[in-house]
Design a protein around this ligand. Structure first.
Ligand SMILES: [Fe+2]
Length: 369
């Protein structure tokens, strides 16, 4: 790989870091350090974890260097420190945190100048710059979890993403027919993808119909009125029987055409039953994707449990995917307005517990053809 490609990697690392810092730029130290919810880390933990993950992989693992501070790895290990206890850890704050982010980045760029990123590189982490792509994706994914928390912060207004993308207003009732047949599911062998997206394999699907657009707020209100279901997270009554969008402390009129967001899998499944349809499986979702509209506004719950594909091998570490496999988590597909487009590839699999709704999660429905 040429020096120009290394420049491109350095450029992207710095672009993504600017995005991360822009997200927290309007916040003071108290807002960065505060525990807003037991489901979400204090933002200062996310920032330190982003830097520590970079140090671990790009400086220690790839560069063979000693850590800047040996005690930090333990504090920022996501598995060792569940979100409920992250607010109590002696993590970095203020100028010390900023200095750590910058010091790690300086060393990352020193190591980048030394490594062989050719397709023949001995270390599989370096082939096609896998480990750098992983780092970029990791930081961007943390940007999204940070935004989950920021939705509850009064007066916050993100500058690097638009929290109010215009919805498609036509064709909400249309369904698309997907014919029975064999579909190739998962990521191709070349190019960056997570271990859980591989191996690419063939799946036989019966014919099915799928909604062209995700379920809109309007339909969810009908469901609430008929069944007594709870409103999605971040909705507040407007005092006259309607609903307000109360994200970031706002009291904006709810756009009825916008895809419903912040609903749990349990709510999505109940909605599907009420509507006389069902959630698509993740394979159906991937097979139908080229024909779906409204993409990129909300994650879409599927009926699938988060399970390994045939031939799965954990790479480069089992704590990304493997430890979450089983019937505890449901898969979401697509991507929300808070997801960076480079993360939202067609084969990307997101997952969460069925009762969770802090995620930017919505609903798309399917039915047998
Ligand atoms: Fe992480």
């Amino acid at each position: 790989m040429t020096a120009i490609s290394k420049d491109a990697i350095a450029g992207r690392l710095s672009e993504v870091r600017e995005r991360t810092l822009a997200l927290v730029d309007p916040l003071d130290d108290d807002q960065l350090n505060r525990v807003h919810s037991p489901l979400l880390s204090p933002l200062a933990w996310d920032l330190g974890h982003i830097a520590n993950f970079e140090e671990l992989w790009l400086v220690q693992r790839i560069g063979g260097r000693e850590p800047l501070r040996g005690d930090l790895g333990r504090l920022y290990d996501a598995i060792e420190n569940p979100r409920t206890i992250r607010g109590e850890l002696p993590i970095l704050h203020g100028p010390e945190l900023r200095a750590y982010l910058a010091d790690v980045r300086r060393r990352t760029l020193e190591v980048l100048a030394e490594v062989d990123l050719s397709p023949e590189a001995e270390d599989p982490l370096l082939r096609e710059a896998f480990v750098y792509e992983m780092l970029l994706a990791h930081e961007l994914q943390h940007n999204e979890t940070m935004l989950q928390l920021l939705m509850g912060l009064d007066g916050y207004q993100p500058t690097c993403v638009d929290p109010d993308p215009a919805p498609e207003r036509d064709g909400s009732a249309e369904m698309v027919r997907i014919d029975a047949g064999e579909h190739r599911i998962g990521a191709a062998p070349l190019g960056f993808a997570y271990d859980n997206e591989r191996e690419r394999h063939r799946v036989e699907l019966a014919a099915f119909d799928v909604d062209r657009l995700p379920v809109a707020n309007r339909a969810f209100i009908d469901f609430m009125e008929e069944t007594g279901a709870a409103p999605p997270m971040h909705w507040k009554p407007d005092g006259s029987g309607g609903w307000l969008d109360a994200r970031m402390g706002r009291r904006a009129r709810l756009d009825l055409d916008r895809p419903v967001a912040h609903v749990s899998w349990e709510e999505a499944d109940a909605f599907a039953l009420w509507a006389g349809k069902r959630l698509p499986s993740e394979f159906e979702w991937e097979a139908a994707r080229p024909q779906l509209g409204g993409l990129g506004q909300v994650w879409e719950w599927t009926s699938s449990h988060f399970l390994p594909y045939p031939g799965f091998e954990a790479f480069p570490y089992p704590e990304y995917s493997e430890v979450f496999f089983g019937d505890g988590h449901r898969v979401l597909r697509g991507g929300s307005w808070a997801t960076h487009p480079s993360v939202a590839r067609p084969t990307f699999r997101n997952w969460d517990l069925p009762q969770r709704r802090q995620i930017f999660s919505g609903i798309r429905l399917a039915r047998e053809a």
